[in-house]
Design a protein around this ligand. Structure first.
Ligand code: TYD
Length: 143
């Protein structure tokens, strides 16, 4: 990696979105709508749960997909990599989302036993949009 070719003003890979929690004496509620808290049309929602100890998930990038990841319960450590640098963040709040854009390699580590990681995406599942090989990912982002 040639660190000198990273633009000095490049924004952080970690783009956290606060999600307003509407709490009252009964507890809390977070509502998500396209164009409001979610800056893209929501085409798909999936969630990951029951992850076994020591498992690493993700390990891929996307060519075009945009996603918002929310640990609605528990926690996991998200590692993001744009082909030039890596950053990591703990997802451990149901009132905070992590935006992940195209051309970002992601790995999820250290899932707590109770972790439910919900992901909102702007397109249906499409295996052709995946970059599952790291060298192929690097070639894509550095093209
Ligand atoms: P996978 O991509 O391995 O999940 P992760 O990136 O979280 O490690 O997906 C696991 C399986 O689920 C795989 O067979 C593809 C399938 N899948 C769908 O059918 N639809 C989806 O929206 C997603 C995300 C995965």
């Amino acid at each position: 990696m040639n660190e000198s070719s990273i633009p000095s003003d490049s924004p952080s890979l970690v783009q956290l979105v606060p999600l307003q929690s509407r709490g009252d004496h009964r507890g809390s509620l977070v509502a998500l709508e396209s164009g409001a808290q979610v800056p893209f049309p929501i085409a798909r929602v999936y969630y990951i749960f029951g992850t076994k100890p020591g498992v690493v998930r993700g390990l891929h990038g996307h060519k075009a997909l945009r996603q918002l990841c929310i640990a609605v319960a528990g926690s996991c450590r998200m590692v993001l990599d744009d082909g030039w640098r890596k950053e990591e963040v703990w997802l451990n709040r149901p009132d905070q989302g992590l935006l992940i854009g195209p051309g970002t390699w992601r790995e999820m580590h250290d899932f707590s036993a109770d972790c439910v990681l919900m992901v909102l995406a702007d397109a249906p599942y499409d295996e052709a949009d995946y970059l599952r090989d790291y060298d192929q990912f690097l070639a894509f982002v550095r093209r």
